[in-house]
Design a protein around this ligand. Structure first.
Ligand code: GLA
Length: 747
């Protein structure tokens, strides 16, 4: 779609089949196929998907404006045309306060633009007008063009049939005869309905305390969240949810939510303008950003996904979960359930060797573990975090026969085999760095700051990216490996790329991530049996971009089961429990020295993809029996936990002592309840837990995984009973937990 698209198409597009016959989505999502229509009389585009209608139009000035985003409307309801905002005063002139879909900085725009650029001749003015549109496969593409220059921006819209989540991105093309430098580029701006009284929820964190949910009133001014670190980061996660009115809770209230599919530096900016209009702009972080487009070159932004629900934050989360499982993860609808995993990192750290790992593998298999993973320390001179990164050859002191005998042993025990790698990094004390010091990000003649004694390889360089791909391809070709834990343990500093011209160097922010994605994509294509976990010192690289290429994520290095309740709760606002790995590790926990029972540890970890990371060679026969029982039970409920609908019944936020979740299978046949108490309080009894999402008319029988129900609890009752009367559990004292499975009786 280059240059002008003379013809304007008027189409109705059925997306449903293209995106796969998804399972019934979160609670109320309709199965009606999405449509994309263009109403030529009103110059209006309208997308209807699941419970959502999204509409935008061309205003009389030729600019694109949001017209509606909210609950689905009747097909014949009138919408549009888009009108130019009358402005506020001479300072905020007509048009400058219109809810722009994608504004260039130029003309009379004073709001946060989506695109800001400068040209070789000194011009910095860019005014984007509608130029045409078309359907490209399953998407709507709308072309904007500058009023004078041969610069085009192609906005792409897709809609998810099950959830109504819309994906938006932009491609910027320079067809002029001069160089154009993009200073800022967003993927999209989302405009909320005019009105006050909005509040924002977003996720913040740091190493070992990721995924804290924050709430802030949206008032005139701007709120910025993002990362300047070169990768997603854990200080903020690229997800937002905005509520209108003061009644937001798990089940009620309008929520607009979204997430960016990008694993590099990113920014989301939430503005409330002089007319109190709220707008969310998200894309590349403009800090230190400059992307030069020679004549004929283009820049593709990431995708910014967003959705809407009238049914509270709980439903917003379930819509995100369904969308990720059905439409983001690489395996899509046939995504495999997470196998129960063993990893010895906390038990052995760098002291891995063939004999020790064999013993652990034997013990793990006896517990019912399905995947055995060797963590850090198996390669190069890697005896601590001071050396070896970059040298991805087996350490022969630790594994004298290579990995083959151990892998054979693991497979013989009925488990798949996985390996830890951190391919984007290098220790200065490594053969790779000694051979190629110029391969690390750096500025010539300037210091190279280390983080965890390592530097970042400049993946933006094609030779470096090819090398990294080659090393991993060889590793996977020479060894029968089913899983990689792909780690990334520092931020960027001094992100120089001295080998290219100065005006090209800041492309590193985009080229690095593009090449990372390309490496993973190529590896997956060549080794389709290999699954990948995204890890970054815990949860510092979790986003819809990396999730499109990996099968699971590591949310935090903090494995204390009590801290984990908050971490896991925060995680699920944005991301599916089915990708969230959670290990049972030793007690007392290394993070905070807190001791907890094996029951508490298992129940906490069973809220996600279950793993074991303790030194199981030290476990007593009783502990082994307990673990075997939980692993077997987990296999019976994991489809519900990983794929079902999650209901947060009691929140552990703000250090609240009690928390509980219920997961309900999409077909309503099974529900799994987990209830926790970090701290008892006087003689208070645990509140009755009222389930959600059951079929009210069906009958359900319960069985306890752990814990006790109060006397008089019926063995069997209707869904209506469990949802309204609830179940009372005997949970008293500190660090107590219970797990209950509800099975539908009969067909
Ligand atoms: C990071 C990861 C851990 C572990 C270590 C190994 O911190 O998050 O799980 O793999 O690296 O060095």
């Amino acid at each position: 779609m280059r240059h002008s698209m003379g013809k304007v198409y008027s189409v109705a597009l059925v997306l449903g089949l293209l995106l796969g016959a998804a399972a019934p989505a979160a609670a109320k999502a309709a199965s009606t196929a999405p449509t994309i229509r263009y109403d030529a009389a009103h110059k209006l585009f309208r997308i209807d998907a699941a419970q959502v209608t999204y509409a935008f139009g061309v205003d009389p000035d030729g600019m694109l404006q949001t017209v509606y985003w909210g609950s689905r409307l009747a097909a014949n309801d009138p919408l549009g045309p888009a009108r130019v905002s009358p402005g506020h005063a001479s300072f905020d002139s007509p048009g400058s306060t219109s809810p722009q879909e994608y504004a260039g900085w130029g003309g009379r725009i004073t709001i946060q633009p989506d695109l800001k650029a400068h040209f070789a001749d000194g011009n910095r003015d860019l005014v984007l007008h509608y130029a045409g549109h078309r359907i490209d496969g399953d998407a709507l593409e709308v072309e904007l063009r500058d009023i004078r220059l041969d610069v085009s921006v192609t906005l792409r819209y897709t809609a998810d049939p099950a959830t109504g989540i819309i994906g938006r991105s932009a491609r910027i093309e320079n067809h002029t005869a001069q160089a154009m430098t993009v200073d800022e580029a967003s993927a999209a701006s989302w405009n909320l309905p005019a009105g006050d009284n909005y509040s924002l929820r977003y996720l913040t964190g740091a190493w070992a305390r990721e995924w804290r949910l924050q709430t802030r009133a949206i008032v005139p001014g701007a709120i910025e969240i993002g990362s300047r670190r070169g990768s997603t980061g854990d200080q903020n996660n690229p997800w937002f949810a905005i509520e209108r009115g003061g009644q937001w809770n798990e089940e009620h209230g309008e929520v607009w939510f979204g997430a960016l599919g990008w694993s590099g530096s990113w920014r989301m900016r939430i503005d409330q303008d002089v007319l109190h209009q709220v707008r969310i702009t998200g894309g590349f972080n403009p800090f230190d950003f400059a992307y030069r487009l020679a004549p004929g070159q283009s820049l593709q932004t990431p995708v910014f996904y967003a959705g809407y629900t009238a049914d509270g934050i709980g439903e917003a989360s379930r819509l995100m979960h369904r969308f990720e499982i059905d439409s983001v993860l690489p395996a899509r609808a046939d995504t495999k359930l997470r196998p129960v995993l063993y990893n010895s990192w906390e038990a052995t750290e760098f002291k891995v060797d063939e004999a020790g790992q064999e013993k652990l593998a034997e013990a793990a298999a006896k517990l019912g573990v399905e995947r055995f993973v060797i963590d850090d320390g198996w390669f190069g001179a890697r005896n601590s975090d001071h050396a070896g990164l970059g040298d991805w050859t087996v350490n022969r002191d630790k594994f004298p026969h290579g990995l083959t005998p151990l892998i054979g042993k693991v497979h013989g025990l009925g488990m798949s085999f996985g390996l830890w790698v951190e391919p984007e990094m290098v220790n200065p004390d490594s053969d790779l760095y000694r051979a190629h010091p110029d391969w690390a990000l750096h500025f010539d003649g300037r210091p190279r700051s280390e983080g965890r004694n390592q530097l970042v390889l400049n993946l933006a360089r094609k030779d470096v990216a090819d090398y990294v791909y080659g090393v991993l391809d060889r590793l996977l070709s020479e060894n029968d490996i089913q899983f990689l834990k792909w780690d990334y343990n520092r931020n960027w500093t001094e992100p120089g790329w001295p080998e290219v011209a100065p005006e090209e160097q800041q492309k590193v922010y985009v080229a690095f991530v593009d090449n990372l994605y390309d490496i993973i994509r190529r590896l997956r294509a060549r080794h389709p049996g290999v699954e990948i976990e995204s890890c970054s010192g815990g949860g510092a690289r979790v986003d819809l971009g990396i999730m499109g290429l990996t099968d699971e994520v590591w949310p935090s290095d903090n494995t204390d089961p009590s801290d984990r309740l908050s971490i896991q709760d925060g995680f699920t606002y944005a991301y599916a429990p089915g990708v969230m790995m959670a290990w049972v590790t030793g007690s007392p926990n290394w993070v905070n020295q807190r001791s907890s029972s094996l029951d508490f540890r298992f129940l906490s970890s069973m809220q996600g993809g279950l793993g074991i990371g303790a030194n199981i060679l030290e476990w007593t026969p009783e502990e082994n029996a307990t673990a075997q029982r939980y692993v077997a039970e987990y296999k019976r409920i994991r489809a519900t936990v990983q794929r079902g609908l999650l209901y947060r019944l009691l929140s552990p936020r703000d250090d609240s002592p009690r928390s509980a979740t219920a997961s309900v299978a999409a077909d309503g046949r099974q529900a799994v309840l987990f209830a926790f108490q970090r701290q008892g309080h006087e003689a208070e009894t645990y509140p009755a837990l009222r389930l959600r999402g059951l079929d009210p008319k069906a009958r359900y029988r319960y069985r306890l995984i752990h814990g006790e129900a109060v006397e008089g609890t019926p063995a069997e009752a209707s869904g209506a009973y469990w949802m309204n009367q609830g179940i009372e559990l005997k949970i008293r004292g500190d660090l107590q937990a219970a797990g209950v499975v509800f099975e539908r009786v009969g067909a």
